[in-house]
Design a binder for this molecule. Structure first.
Ligand code: NAI
Length: 333
């Protein structure tokens, strides 16, 4: 006899509902029942999962010890992360509680890499300023001068799925591409692997694509910034805490960076995906970053394409189905 599984879907946005509901109409998933709710998962909201076998959460939610223990007390056995990164999940506690965690390891590396390049181009060529100026009938070019990417050196930190996609884009722009990773990606025959210091010293554009770990926390700091070229461009679509924000701000103030593009930032929890337009920003470092003309900030939207959302919803439901049917999906943590 087939059994059904009920899943509580935290932090629902209209686009989540749209993509998941479209797939749920498909008969393959009729053993899954999803209840969509708006609150994000946190230690305060975890008890809403009482009576649910599974919960579905995202990158911006708090799955630290207290949350995981509360979910366990509520009877939750499965946590479905509808994202790749899982640095916000206390894996040890989940394991101790006998809970299974599944994720979507790769959905569209190109979505994130293309966004990284969009950030570079926007900040380099001042698209954000040009757009406003032209709308105001100001067709003067003052303040809009950029630099060519063609012929420059791109330094890719972490050459996994997204880093490789970014490397291919940079190669397509006519850049020399160097990379740093403990596990060289053999498919990138145009890539020259170098050590980290070498990358810092040679790259005109540095793009971060490694996961956040204890070892690389604040990888970009005062010391590593001092080893970069003057006029370097830096883009981070990976995780905010790879960069020590105060040191980055000091570097920007010192004129070290030609352009900076950030899709992720250290203080994003609590702000990301929220409309704060009628509120005062609590975090002074964020406000500071937003004040610089050569810094382009987006709100963790690298994944946000039709193709990526289709893949995320399909893999999340396939993960849930594998669990119900007692199979391994290969996406267990
Ligand atoms: P991946 O696992 O395919 O590749 C990561 C690579 O980084 C691996 O080759 C690994 O050896 C390397 N690496 C690990 N530690 C390193 C270090 N200290 N220095 C240099 N290289 C290191 O992961 P994928 O799919 O390419 O994703 C990368 C990151 O992108 C994720 O961990 C996540 O933080 C971020 N991400 C951001 C999204 C967004 O919307 N902005 C969406 C999806 C992922």
């Amino acid at each position: 006899m087939r059994r059904r599984m009920n899943i509580l879907f935290f932090g629902t946005k209209s686009y989540d509902k749209q993509f998941f509901e479209e797939l749920l109409k498909n008969g393959n998933y009729h053993d899954l029942e999803i209840t969509f709710i708006e609150p994000n998962l946190s230690s305060e909201t975890a008890r809403l999962a009482d009576g649910f076998e599974a919960v579905c959460a995202f990158v911006n939610m708090d799955l630290s010890e207290k949350t995981v223990r509360t979910l366990h007390k509520c009877g939750v056995k499965l946590i479905l992360m509808r994202c790749a990164g899982f640095n916000n999940v206390d894996l040890d506690v989940a394991k101790e509680c006998g809970m299974k965690i599944m994720r979507v390891p790769g959905y569209s590396p190109e979505a994130v890499a293309e966004h990284a390049m969009a950030l570079v181009l926007t900040a380099d060529r001042h698209m954000h300023k040009a757009y406003i100026k032209c709308r105001e009938n100001n067709f003067n070019l003052a303040g809009l001068m950029g630099v060519n990417l063609y012929g420059k050196t791109a330094g890719i930190v972490g050459t996994g799925k997204i880093g490789a996609a970014m490397a291919r884009i940079c190669h397509g722009f006519g850049m020399r591409v160097i990379g740093y990773d403990m596990y060289p990606n053999k498919s990138l025959d145009f890539m020259e692997y170098v050590d980290f210091d070498h990358l810092l010293a040679e790259a005109d554009l540095i793009s971060l694509h490694c996961p956040l770990t204890e070892e690389n926390y604040h990888l970009i700091n005062k010391d590593t910034i001092s080893k970069m070229k003057d006029g370097v461009m830096l883009v981070n679509t990976s995780r905010g805490a790879l960069i020590k924000t105060d040191d980055l701000i000091q570097g920007i103030r010192d004129g070290k960076f030609f352009a900076v593009g950030l899709d992720v930032y250290e203080e994003e929890t609590g702000t990301v995906y929220e409309d704060m337009s009628d509120r005062i920003l609590e975090h002074s470092t964020m406000a500071r970053l937003l004040s610089f003309p050569n810094v382009m900030v987006t709100s963790h939207q690298g994944f946000f394409t039709v193709e990526a959302l289709e893949a995320i919803s399909r893999t999340t439901l396939d993960n849930a189905l594998a669990y119900v049917e007692g199979r391994e999906s290969g996406n267990e943590l």
